[in-house]
Design a protein around this ligand. Structure first.
Ligand SMILES: Nc1nc2c(ncn2[C@@H]2O[C@H](COP(=O)(O)OP(=O)(O)OP(=O)(O)O)[C@@H](O)[C@H]2O)c(=O)[nH]1
Length: 487
């Protein structure tokens, strides 16, 4: 019972709720069943909250009891014995999946089984599914093997993935300007993003035709005409414009196939000498990117990817007018930012996994103990976004993860090169890596102690352990470096 109620009111409330109904029509020989509520059930509910017993785990006896606005909720602290009329009927709500779903063989269940997932097409996530994935406390090597296999082989519904860029805008970053693209898709309800680095698009159309530049990285779905009633300003506001907006900008872009002249002429020139754009497929990490967590290198990787992509690209013999080897074009490429927090298991599970890690498990085993796979990510949406940006034919992929290369290749992407991402904390501590590394001088002046955008290198025991696990247990393609404890 509610802690603020005295014994007398407790008894009165129990009496009221469990007394046999006065209606003679409802009288049966099982008098206890006549009570509006089963006293045992009430006692169990009071003792253990909405999830009454193990068997009632997925039934919510007081739906939304903490939310006064929720239909069926009742604030028991406001009840008094005199206040017994009119009596509020409690609604009994089952949160269990329908029996038909229980009986489906495993593997035929809808995709949206992850707590952080909510597919547009699939049924809402069912607690029954997560119950099936309750932790087995023994992580067998076999299950780990399956996990790795699965990470590149997410069972896909029949519909091909479609993406649409809903908006694009300029974002100034410590590494230079970027265009942030926000995507919707027909596979999940997440807002996946593409951070496009292509500062050449800011040059006006009067670029000298003698200067060769790469084709602009633009979203086809954004530049498309969505609706014949769409005004120029509608299009501009959603980001379908060329160059840089100003207070006087009034002209939107037009879809490239109908009007190639909408794109600066020089930019449409391709040159076989221009290296393929650098691309990173990055998975969301709230802890690493927003809180600055030093449990992982995600924040640093995002920053490093933007930095690397923004570097000017040397182009051999750009034109006969220029001395060989002396030419560069502005850095170009994209970070595809996927909302697959915690390698797809969601933030809630990731936080639990961290506690398991503090109990001595590594990042892989912690996932397995929670009934998840080591990696539950998929890359179909990333591939669709790359296609929309016309970046599917020839990219240099920034990753150490062989699964990503394999998954993207499977999706039809052409990965012409894998560019490794060496952890900054290794580079800053290892003199050999420092020589080979690419940390610029000016980076030393950046804020130290954070792994956020524009941050510098940090290290700590959690991060060291995480990086080791990625190499030793997840097969990341990185020569392992460990600090010599003797030094
Ligand atoms: N489940 C889980 N996820 C984590 C943990 N630490 C980081 N992550 C998530 O891992 C994702 C990044 O994956 P990583 O394995 O670090 O790297 P990767 O993207 O596979 O590989 P690279 O391309 O080489 O960076 C982000 O979604 C993070 O939220 C952890 O301890 N447990």
């Amino acid at each position: 019972m509610h802690p603020h109620m005295d014994d007398a009111s407790d008894t009165a409330l129990l009496e009221l709720l469990t007394a046999p109904s006065p209606s003679p029509t409802k009288q049966t020989k099982f008098s206890r069943r006549d009570a509006a509520l089963d006293p045992l059930m009430i006692a169990a509910a009071a003792a253990s909250g909405p999830h009454v017993t193990r068997n009632h785990y997925h039934h919510d006896f007081f739906p939304g009891v903490m939310l006064p606005q929720h239909e069926g909720s009742w604030d028991w602290s406001k009840w008094s014995p005199e206040d017994s009329k009119p009596r509020r009927h409690l609604t009994y709500v089952s949160r269990q999946a329908p029996r038909s779903q229980h009986l489906q063989p495993e593997g035929t269940l809808p995709l949206a089984a992850k707590e952080n997932d909510c597919s547009r097409d699939a049924a809402p996530p069912s607690p029954t599914l997560s119950k099936k994935r309750r932790p087995s406390l023994v992580a067998s090597p076999d299950s780990e093997h399956k996990s790795r296999a699965k990470s590149t082989n997410v069972s896909a519904p029949a519909k091909p993935v479609e993406v649409k860029c809903m908006a694009r805008t300029r974002i100034p970053t410590p590494h230079g300007p970027a265009f942030l693209h926000l995507y919707h898709n027909n596979r999940d309800t997440k807002e996946h993003l593409a951070i496009v680095i292509d500062p050449a698009q800011f040059s006006d159309a009067s670029v000298s035709p003698s200067v060769v530049s790469a084709p602009p990285i633009r979203s086809q779905s954004l530049d498309a005409v969505w609706d014949e009633n769409e005004t120029e300003m509608d299009r501009i506001i959603r980001g379908a414009y060329v160059g840089r907006l100003s207070a006087t900008s009034r002209q939107a872009s037009t879809p490239a196939p109908q009007s190639p002249s909408s794109i600066p002429l020089a930019a449409t020139t391709t040159d076989g000498n221009i290296p393929s754009p650098l691309v990173r497929i990055h998975s969301e990490c709230f802890t690493g990117e927003t809180v600055g967590s030093m449990r992982c290198d995600c924040g640093e990787q995002l920053d490093e990817a933007l930095r690397l992509i923004s570097q000017p690209i040397p182009v051999p013999s750009l034109s006969s007018l220029q001395p060989p080897g002396a030419s560069t074009i502005p850095g170009r490429g994209a970070v595809i930012y996927l909302r697959q927090e915690g390698r797809g298991i969601g933030l809630l599970s990731k936080l639990r996994a961290y506690n398991l890690q503090d109990l001595g498990h590594d990042t892989v085993t912690a996932n397995l103990l929670l009934g998840h796979q080591a990696d539950e990510r998929g890359y179909e949406i990333a591939a669709a976004i790359l296609r929309d940006l016309s970046l599917d034919q020839g990219v240099r992929l920034l990753t150490n993860n062989p699964d990503k290369v394999e998954a993207l290749t499977k999706e039809g992407m052409s990965v012409v090169e894998r560019v490794p991402m060496v952890p900054r904390s290794w580079k800053s501590r290892n003199p050999n890596l420092q020589l080979a590394g690419s940390i610029a001088e000016d980076e030393k002046e950046r804020l130290a102690g954070a792994t956020l955008i524009g941050g510098n290198s940090v290290h700590g025991p959690d991060l060291d352990k995480y990086l080791r696990t990625k190499v030793l247990r997840m097969g990341h393609m990185l020569p392992l470096w460990m600090e010599d404890p003797e030094q």
